[in-house]
Design a protein. Structure first.
Ligand code: C5P
Length: 205
């Protein structure tokens, strides 16, 4: 059983994907972390994000600590969004994601192109979204909890810029798969959003 959870930044897709994984006892992969890790590795190595060859080399992800809180920073998210538009970067990270999805018992993956590119034959696909202001507020609160406080207007501008880039790129743009179920979490609390998502998955199995 493969569950694909896609959606824009801070839509709640990670929380929902983790809850689905817990509910069904499946492993979960936050694929955004792969792009963030490549971006951070590139920055730390003094690489140039405008150079696709250097960005692809950073996808080897050598020496990456996936528990590093810096991966959650806006800087890492911004650079991830920039380099994820390179076809070479997407190609370099695709295999890891497909192998994860193909585990014998199944898996839950969240990202931007899971239902469209990584696992188009997934058993259940969700597209999780929320209004930009709602997503910016959540990201603002999350950053504050992590001790990375930024002005709200800056967080909102980042989210909007990232959405625009993710939706307009030529390689695997953020878009809802035709057979995905839409979950708009704008007016929902966490428990309600999870309950709706689980209902949608159940209906598809
Ligand atoms: O989901 P998260 O905000 O951690 O993703 C960071 C960036 O990585 C996104 O803005 C997007 O550009 C890129 N990404 C992607 N494909 C995925 C997951 C993330 O292009 N499957």
């Amino acid at each position: 059983m493969i569950v694909a959870v896609d959606g824009p930044a801070a839509s709640g897709k990670g929380t929902i994907a983790r809850a689905i994984a817990r509910h069904y006892g499946l492993p979960h992969l936050d694929t955004g972390l792969l792009y963030r890790a490549a971006g951070l590795a590139l920055l730390r190595g003094g690489g140039d994000p405008s150079d696709e060859v250097q960005a692809v080399a950073a996808c080897a992800l050598t020496g990456v600590d996936f528990a590093d809180p810096e991966l959650k920073s806006e800087a890492a998210g911004g650079i991830a969004s920039q380099i994820s538009a390179y076809p070479g970067v997407r190609a370099a990270l695709i295999e890891r994601q497909r192998v994860f999805a193909a585990q014998p018992g199944g898996a839950v993956l969240d990202g931007r192109d899971i239902g469209t590119v990584i696992a188009p034959a997934a058993d259940a696909k969700l597209f999780v979204t929320a209004a930009p202001e709602v997503r910016a507020r959540r990201r603002f609160d999350e950053l504050e909890r992590l001790g990375m406080k930024l002005p709200f207007a800056e967080v909102l501008a980042d989210i909007e810029a990232r959405d625009a880039r993710d939706r307009s790129r030529a390689a695997a743009p953020l878009t809802m798969a035709g057979d995905a179920h839409l979950v708009d979490t704008s007016g929902l609390g966490v428990d309600e959003a999870i309950a709706r998502a689980l209902d949608a998955v159940r209906a598809r199995l």
